[in-house]
Design a protein around this ligand. Sequence first.
Ligand code: PEP
Ligand code: MN
Length: 337
Amino acid sequence: MLVVMQEGASEAQTENVINLLVEMGFTVHRSTGVRHTVLGGVGPIDDFDPAALEVIEGVKECHRIVSPYKLASRHFKPGGTVIKVGNVEIGGRQIVLMAGPCSVENEDQIERAAEIVASAGGQVIRGGAFKPRSSPYSFQGLGEHGLQLMRKAADRRGLAVISEVMDQTQIPLLSQYSDILQVGARNMQNFNLLRELGKVRKPILLKRGIAATIEELLLSAEYIMSGGNYEVMLCERGIRTFETSTRNTMDIAAMPVLKRLTHLPVIADPSHGTGKREYVLPMARAAVAAGADGLLVEVHHDPDHALSDGAQTLRPDQFTDMMQQVRAIASAIGRAS
Ligand code: PEP
Ligand code: MN
């Protein structure tokens, strides 16, 4: 249930409504917008009369939320969520560029990657230290050492860091080194992990599962948010279809659909979305034109020798080119990058 408070409602009036909702059995989540405070009541109760709450002082309106996700719904925060990571705002006017190698391989590689990202104007460096590989014999990542190297390379250039957390035991370590915690496609429905991430105070980038619907993605975000962590961004990274020309099928329509259904920032990953470096640029352009708030892209100084995902990883010149084109599209649609 959603209670929209009147513009200028007092703190005492808001507290009063919160107490009433709690008495009714709801868990209450509060969203403070520019004009209105919105209270989201979450719980298994559905035999209440919204009209009864609308007569309480300070209440503007009250609605049942029919979607199965509540806190992730756009109704909860109509103005959209902006997530601040240092000086970077994700979900605002700016298109945020997160880029770097698939995995951190060694110091030289991650330093070069950070240089490529920073000099092209990117804001966040990506790199996996714990890698979810389909084969147990493939490179699994450098672990904590990789995180240390990436943190150092990022700090030298004023970049933020994003890296994947594969299970809940890794949360403290990842939180120590990474500004954003990435939940990979294979873990989108690892509900124990999602619940634990609800307790941390770090932004989460939640990737869409390879066979997940948009509603399932939003329900996974709801797991994190219902634990109290509202800083979730959603990432479209392609889904598995019958098509074999690309590694995954990049769902460009997910961008406008998500922007309509949720207030959470939406990030597009055209690298995993296509699996081939020649398709990354056109899909990056399309994603930004379709409303993505940012891009997550793989880039490496020598992608043909990358230890993971080389085929979909951009060369530095391709990355710079992409950045320029994205900038042109951003300004054409009234955004910045
Ligand atoms: C990655 O970002 O390198 C990754 C493993 O992504 P996904 O979970 O989307 O496959
Ligand atoms: Mn990868």
